[in-house]
Design a protein around this ligand. Structure first.
Ligand SMILES: Cc1cc2nc3c(=O)[nH]c(=O)nc-3n(C[C@H](O)[C@H](O)[C@H](O)COP(=O)(O)OP(=O)(O)OC[C@H]3O[C@@H](n4cnc5c(N)ncnc54)[C@H](O)[C@@H]3O)c2cc1C
Length: 599
């Protein structure tokens, strides 16, 4: 009997293990190799990325678990009843900050080690870092966004005020420092009680002039995820003291401010409460009351939204890096598990239905990775001043699409990935459930799906009234070029692989259909364009990814890439029918007022 009890007690399921993210995410590696023609240079960077992937899995992962298990706490009072508003952060969180600085997670993007591809390589590292950062990737997104904005400000300052310039300089240098003693993070305080998408209408924070370029800010910031940051960028309305009741009439301006004064006390900021969130619990998100916080104007007066929008492209790329990295990590855990776990007499990898799921998972990781790589590559060129005008437009058009698409796909696969691990993946102490909880926010912050679809439409709108299709043409040319390159490469393919050419035709038809519909929207001849835009964005993303898969084939001609493309086009056809609402359905929906009548 004891023998039997020993046996049942010793039984265990396979350990959940992630592979080195740089090696399992092979498609990014292949793409990097395609970009870096110099083999020695690739080998050197590749070795560094392999080492960094190992460091992520070994050291950073442990710290991220500590940050999850010990969420931040706000101690409002000391034992004597004095208000102290002390933010208590875990060891894991503090160490993540130290390593973020030492590893140069942000800094690398501003150094010159890899020339034009500096930013690209930084973003490739970032997607490995994100899922093991214990959400420290969130303040880093804002830090990098702020560094990007401050760097541009130093080139084109909006004031000669010495105090402002020296704070901006100090801020920029500290945000990109590799020295943990010097390193700062930055917040981005936009959202207020009335919301975060529509800042023009919801911002109530006012800025009262104190002379020179100095202001005091009064308001309520409803979400501050970087509460432990050293500085922040924030929006407020510059209002004369005698017109405070009419504050809504004054447009938004952008300010830089220290979160703490030199003596370590808060800059007239009261931490009201910590947010009680579904996920991202490692992150110290709080509500803040600004009670006359000292700040400096760093945009032209009333041009704050335009100024802060430079930051958004960076934070949206961070969002996408998180989605891609999390999918890649969970895919590798599921794959490793499937290679060991037995059910119904066989290991899971040998079960056809499970194989089908894994194939789709892999397909979607590849798709999102390819999309991410292309936008990262464009950004790298822009940041190093070698992008042409069309590439700049493409980056602006593609960034909201990348963010919305990867966030949605990630959310789906986090759920599917948990199911693929059975009950083990559902257990809190497997640290898998937090991946699902944390992924949900990717669809909300930095723009919800709808808000990004509308932003995409805004990006497509041309300034030239006589030619409303100018920017759409740039996009269509970009995509067509990719397909033509592939078609001309087809002649070199072996006869047996010619079967994939009809797939290109299918994708072209699909793509041309969307472009035609977008043209009509831009020409103003579509009645329900805002209703239709969400479907169009998703279909366009699928088609764009198809183009990227073709590019990969034209460069490498590998069988696995051809098969992936074929599978993708088949999946794409299905999405087109299941995710879309036809124009006729819109007509019914709107005319019969079906949405409202359900209330
Ligand atoms: C964990 C967490 C941390 C955060 N940290 C920060 C932070 O550090 N700093 C900061 O400034 N903010 C932060 N935020 C706030 C976040 O950026 C906003 O919540 C987000 O931008 C969404 O804004 P909202 O809440 O006003 O939603 P809403 O805009 O009210 O959205 C509600 C729904 O309406 C839809 N919608 C909105 N406008 C339109 C439209 N025109 N057409 C069609 N549909 C529309 C949206 O798609 C969404 O589905 C954080 C949020 C979370 C959850």
């Amino acid at each position: 009997m004891q023998k039997h009890l020993d046996l049942v007690q010793s039984m265990t399921q396979p350990k959940l293990e992630a592979s080195n993210p740089w090696l399992i995410g092979g498609v990014l590696r292949t793409q990097l190799q395609n970009v870096l023609y110099n083999k020695d240079e690739f080998k050197h960077i590749d070795d560094e990325l392999i080492d960094f992937g190992k460091f992520c899995n070994d050291t950073l992962y442990e710290l991220s678990v500590d940050a999850e298990l010990n969420p931040p706490k706000l101690i409002k009072q000391d034992v004597y009843g004095n208000v102290i508003d002390k933010l208590v952060l875990s060891e894991g969180w503090r160490k993540e900050k130290e390593y973020a600085s030492k590893c140069g997670i942000v800094a690398m993007a501003y150094e010159n080690k890899h020339g034009v591809w500096n930013r690209l390589i930084q973003l490739l590292r970032l997607q490995m870092y994100q899922p093991v950062s214990g959400l420290f990737g969130c303040p880093l997104a804002m830090t990098d966004g702020a560094a990007y904005l401050l760097k541009q400000w130093l080139i084109n300052p909006t004031t000669q005020c010495q105090e402002t310039t020296s704070l901006v300089k100090q801020g920029f240098e500290n945000l990109i420092s590799r020295d943990p003693q010097k390193f700062w993070t930055s917040g981005q305080w936009m959202t207020e009680k009335d919301g975060g998408s529509d800042v023009n209408n919801s911002t109530t924070t006012i800025a009262i002039h104190q002379g020179g370029n100095k202001y005091k800010l009064f308001g309520y910031k409803w979400f501050s995820s970087a509460t432990d940051s050293e500085m922040t960028l924030t929006l407020a309305r510059i209002v004369p003291e005698n017109k405070i009741e009419e504050f809504k009439k004054f447009p938004l301006s952008l300010f830089i401010m220290r979160v703490k004064k030199d003596d370590g006390t808060l800059n007239n900021i009261k931490i009201m409460t910590m947010k009680d969130k579904m996920g991202t619990r490692q992150l110290p998100t709080a509500e803040l009351l600004l009670q006359g916080s000292e700040a400096f104007l760093i945009s032209e007066e009333g041009k704050g939204v335009k100024a802060i929008s430079h930051m958004l492209n960076v934070t949206r790329l961070y969002n996408a890096s998180s989605a891609v990295g999390s999918m890649n990590r969970l895919y590798s855990i599921v794959l490793n598990y499937s290679l060991k776990r037995k059910a119904f007499g066989k290991i899971l990898i040998d079960k056809p239905a499970h194989q089908a799921m894994l194939t789709k998972f892999n397909l979607n990781v590849r798709a999102c990775s390819l999309f991410y790589f292309k936008v990262a590559q464009l950004f790298s060129k822009i940041q190093n001043n070698v992008a042409n005008k069309d590439e700049e437009e493409m980056f602006r058009i593609l960034t909201p699409l990348l963010k919305l698409y990867t966030a949605k796909i990630c959310m789906y696969w986090m759920s599917e990935g948990i199911e693929a691990l059975g009950a083990l993946g559902y257990m809190e102490n497997s640290y898998i459930p937090l991946m699902l909880r944390d992924a949900q926010v990717l669809t909300i912050w930095e723009g919800t799906t709808n808000v990004l679809c509308l932003d995409f439409l805004r990006a497509l709108k041309s300034n030239d009234k006589n030619d409303p299709l100018q920017k759409l043409d740039i996009y269509a040319r970009f995509h067509t070029h990719v397909m033509m390159t592939q078609l001309s490469a087809d002649t070199q393919l072996p006869e047996t692989r010619k079967s994939f050419i009809p797939y290109i035709a299918k994708m072209t038809i699909n793509h041309n259909g969307i472009i035609a519909e977008l043209s009509n929207i831009l020409k103003g001849s579509v009645k329900y364009s805002e209703m239709r835009i969400r479907d169009l964005c998703f279909i366009l993303c699928e088609a764009f990814v198809g183009g990227q898969m073709l590019e990969l084939i034209s460069k490498n001609g590998r069988e696995e890439d051809i098969l992936t493309f074929e599978l993708w086009v088949e999946q794409m056809q299905q999405y087109t029918t299941t995710w879309s609402i036809t124009p006729k359905a819109f007509e019914v929906l709107v005319n019969q007022n079906m949405v409202k009548s359900k209330l």
